[in-house]
Ligand binder design. Structure first.
Ligand code: ADP
Ligand code: X2W
Length: 260
């Protein structure tokens, strides 16, 4: 089993992550784990689009991405958000490198459905070899969820949860943690501590899971494999992601198949 742990830091919580959060990443590294950070930045994108008076809308939880929206998404994610995270990691003494998924064909994508979503991509490939090289050199990759088309020119906007799930799968990670602004999946104000794919389908159909939680659970389910038996959703402000911590949040597991 690999020592790779993928942490997805949601834009909802990035600005509020404590110094302790970054110190904890250092202790993950010191314990021999190899963290990869994938970040979002939805609120920062929204703010910049507002300033520039560029319209955008969400379709099924994904930002419909026109060319001007793509310019802003790329600028905010690879510029503002990625650099801010790298500075925090550097301050905590963690060697890290900020990357756009379009660097070195880290994430390759094709259009999801151009008519419906514009430049929203569906990941077709992850450059696992390049990420492995970074990890082997003790470097923490910090990845903005932008992908490049096979034409090496077209940029795609990828939901950060989806990107984190695809990276965790391609790297055979042993842990995938979505760090967000809620304690996990909530139902009637109570935390659901553990959930299976089957139960998730139900929670979506009853409207308990909606909006920004949708890509998280979908990415979690798609990433589960022999290597990655479960994914976790935790609150960024109150979670201590340390090597031996028993995390509080929602664990997402594969449905157990009942043999008749
Ligand atoms: N059942 C649920 N439990 C908790 N949060 C939910 C649920 N369904 C939808 N959400 C929404 O999902 C949000 C988290 O997703 P999002 O805002 O995209 O965060 P991030 O930027 O961390 O990806 C929560 O703030 C909440 O509004
Ligand atoms: C296609 C799509 O929706 N892309 C997202 C990318 C950022 C993201 O996912 O940020 P959070 O993790 O903070 O939600 C967007 O444009 O907002």
């Amino acid at each position: 089993m690999s020592d790779i742990i993928v942490l997805k830091c949601g834009g909802s919580t990035i600005d509020e992550l404590s110094d302790q959060f970054f110190a904890n990443i250092r202790s993950l590294k010191q314990s021999g784990l190899k963290p990869i950070i994938v970040h979002g930045g939805g609120p920062a994108i929204k703010q910049m689009l507002g300033k520039l008076q560029i319209e955008s809308e969400f379709v099924n939880g994904l930002r419909k991405t026109t060319e001007p929206v793509m310019d802003v998404v790329e600028m905010v994610l690879t510029g503002t958000v990625n650099n801010a995270l790298i500075r925090k990691l550097n301050e905590a003494g963690i060697q890290s490198v900020g990357l756009s998924g379009s660097d070195y064909q880290l994430l390759t994508a094709k259009p999801k459905d151009f008519e419906q979503y514009g430049y929203v991509g569906e990941i077709t490939d992850v450059n696992a070899e390049f990420l492995t090289q970074l990890l082997e050199n003790g470097i923490v990759p910090v990845i903005a969820p932008i992908a490049i088309g096979v034409d090496n020119t077209t940029r795609y906007n990828i939901n950060a949860d989806t990107a984190a799930g695809a990276i965790a799968k391609a790297m055979s990670a042993k842990q995938l943690i979505f760090v967000t602004d809620v304690p996990g999946i909530m139902k009637k104000n109570k935390l659901i501590e553990s959930v299976t794919e089957q139960e998730i389908t139900k929670l979506i159909s009853t409207g308990t899971i909606y909006g920004g939680m949708l890509p998280k659970v979908q990415a979690a389910i798609e990433s589960l494999s022999e290597d990655l038996q479960e994914a976790m959703i935790v609150d960024g402000k109150h979670s201590e992601i340390t090597p031996d911590a028993k995390l509080v949040g929602t664990v997402i597991k594969k449905s157990v198949e009942v043999v008749q």
